[in-house]
Each structure stands twice: as structure tokens, then as C-alpha cells.
Design a protein around this ligand. Sequence first.
Ligand code: THU
Length: 162
Amino acid sequence: MDFSKQSSFEYLSHPDSSSLSPEDLQLLQEARTVTAQAYAPYSKFNVGAAILLENGALVRGTNQENASFPAGICAERVALSASSSLHPGVAVNTIAVSYHNLNGSSDAPISPCGICRQTLSEYENRQQQPIRLILSGQTGKVFIIQTARHLLPMVFSAEDMK
Ligand code: THU
């Protein structure tokens, strides 16, 4: 008997940002630019997130570090919290994430950390609609992922607590 299961997902990999739609390109540029506003004196890894809301509003966030390292917060969660606070009840359509590594290169996409994936999943459940992700460094490849759910298979959610 075969008990094995598989989990996989499809995403788009653009060789660079020139093949993006104008809307996606603009959002990615926002994420790239806002990295300059990160507070990351410890890691020197500046991350920027730009969110396009369903009402067309744009909300930006950057990572905010702390001398007590675990108190730091990622750019994605800063942007999501800001969106939900400034525009309550308005769904997140797309989040673009970029970074500027002051110690190295910034030419390949990064994807959200585990806590941010869990947080994105909670937002998707709240709004009952997918959140697209655009992931890229300052240059180079751009990954487009259709829903944050794809990044966290077997996610834990409120459903599991019923
Ligand atoms: N960081 C983010 O803001 N988002 C990510 O997707 C990955 C990591 C931050 C956390 C910390 O301030 C720094 O990058 C290095 O881990």
C-alpha cells in the first residue's frame, strides 16, 4: 500500500522586472524603495514590503529591529498590521517584498519567514480571499505566487480549534 502524499505549487518566475504588468512593477518598485526606511542596525538586512489593498490604497512597511532581538518585527507583518489598522475591513490584494542586504548582494528573491507565512495565512482567512505575493531583490528574478497559502502547507488555523 502506498501511503505517500505530495504537496507542490506553481509560481511564476520572471527573469527580471521588465516583463511585469505596470501595476505589479509599480508595487515592486515601492517595496524596493522603501527598504531605505528599514531600521535594521543589527542585521544590516533592510526589508521592504508594499501592499496594494482592494480599494487601491498602498501601504508600506519595513523591518524594525530591536536590541532585544526577538522584539524585532519583519517588514511583511509591519505592513499587514498597518494596512489592517489604517484600512480596517479592506482586503489585501497583493504584497510585494524586497530587500537591500548591506553586507552582500540583493539580486535574488527572498520569501517570507515562517511567522510571516502564518500571519499572511490568518489575513487570508479573515478576508476570505487570496493574497498574491511579488518577491524580488533590488534586481534580478521576480517570483509571483498566487496565494500565501501555497507557502505554508498544512497550515494551522482557527478551523483546527473547532
Ligand atoms: N526579515 C523581514 O523583514 N522579512 C523577511 O521576509 C525575512 C527577514 C527581517 C527580519 C530581520 O530584521 C532581518 O530581516 C534579518 O533576518
